[in-house]
Design a binder for this molecule. Structure first.
Ligand SMILES: Nc1nc2c(c(=O)[nH]1)N[C@H]1C(S)=C(S)[C@@H](COP(=O)(O)O)O[C@H]1N2
Ligand SMILES: [Mo]
Length: 235
C-alpha cells in the first residue's frame, strides 16, 4: 500500500516518492515508536527510515533538522574492516581505497547549509573529508573523461557530476559530519558531500566512482530531478 505523493521539484516537475507513513500506517508508527522513546527519537527515525525510503520524518519532529533518506529498505553496515571505495572507468590508474587510505589524504572542512528538495534545511553543517579532486588526481582522469558516475553499497542509488563540478574545492568524499564519523544512517562510513548542490547530489554509502565520457543521470535524475542540482545561492 505504498502511497505515492507528488513532490514539487525546483523546476516544477512532479516526482513520485513513497512515504513511510504510507507503508506503515499511522497506527503502526505509534506502536513502534514507544520502545524507541528510551533510546531516543533519532534512533527511531533512523530505524524507521531503514525500513522505508522517505517521508516519515516529514510529519514528525526531527532533532537536528535532518531527515534520513534511503531508496531501499535496508543497507548493509560497512566499517573499518570491509569498507572500500573504488575509482575506475576512464582513469589511468584504477584505485581502491580503504578508510585508512582515505584518512591519509589531506582532510578538508566544508561548512555550508544543507538543503533537500523536500523543503527542509539545516544551517551551517560541517563536513570533513578528502577533496574529490585529490582522488581524481590520484587516479589520473583520461583525456576522454567528462563526468563521474557514483554508486552506493545500498545497491540502488546512483548520482552524477560533471568533472568540472567534481573538481570544485567544496565537493568532498566525506568521512565526518558534524565533527563525528558519519553515522550509518547518514550514509557512513563515507558519503559524497557536494556543498553547492541540493542534498540529493550527496550520495550516501558511497562505494564507487566511475569516470565516464558523458553525464549518466542518477537515481532521482532518472525520475525527474535536475542533473545540475545547484542551490540558488551558489553557482
Ligand atoms: N545512497 C543514497 N544516497 C542518498 C539518498 C538515498 O536515498 N540513498 N537520498 C538523497 C537525498 S534526496 C537526500 S536529501 C540526502 C539525505 O541525507 P540524510 O539521510 O543524511 O539526511 O541523501 C541523498 N543521498
Ligand atoms: Mo533530498
Amino acid at each position: 500500500m505504498a502511497d505515492i505523493e507528488p513532490e514539487d521539484m525546483p523546476d516544477g516537475a512532479p516526482v513520485a516518492r513513497r512515504t513511510l507513513l504510507g507503508m506503515l500506517g499511522l497506527g503502526a508508527v505509534g506502536l513502534i515508536a514507544a520502545p524507541y522513546l528510551q533510546t531516543g527519537w533519532e534512533g527511531l527515525l533512523a530505524k524507521a527510515s531503514q525500513q522505508d525510503p522517505t517521508g516519515l520524518t516529514g510529519l514528525l519532529p526531527n532533532p537536528g533538522g535532518f531527515r534520513y533518506y534511503s531508496v531501499v529498505r535496508s543497507v548493509p553496515r560497512k566499517g573499518e574492516a570491509d569498507y572500500e571505495l573504488t575509482i575506475d572507468g576512464l582513469v589511468d590508474r584504477p584505485r581502491t581505497y580503504t578508510l585508512a587510505d582515505l584518512r591519509a589524504f589531506p582532510q578538508t572542512r566544508v561548512v555550508h547549509d544543507v538543503r533537500c528538495t523536500d523543503g527542509w534545511r539545516v544551517e551551517k553543517v560541517p563536513f570533513d573529508g578528502v577533496r574529490l579532486s585529490d582522488l581524481l588526481d590520484d587516479s589520473g582522469v583520461g583525456a576522454n573523461g567528462k563526468a563521474l558516475s557514483f554508486s552506493c553499497f545500498d545497491g540502488a542509488y546512483t548520482e552524477s557530476l560533471t568533472l568540472e563540478q567534481a573538481r570544485r574545492a567544496d565537493v568532498l568524499v566525506a568521512l565526518r559530519m558534524q565533527d563525528a564519523p558519519i553515522t550509518h544512517e547518514h550514509g557512513g562510513p563515507v558519503r559524497l558531500y557536494a556543498a553547492p548542490m541540493y542534498f540529493y547530489k550527496s550520495a550516501k554509502w558511497l562505494s564507487g566512482i566511475s569516470v565516464t565520457d558523458r553525464v549518466v543521470p542518477g537515481y532521482w535524475e532518472e525520475r525527474g530531478y535536475d542533473v545540475d542540482g545547484w542551490l540558488d545561492d551558489t553557482r
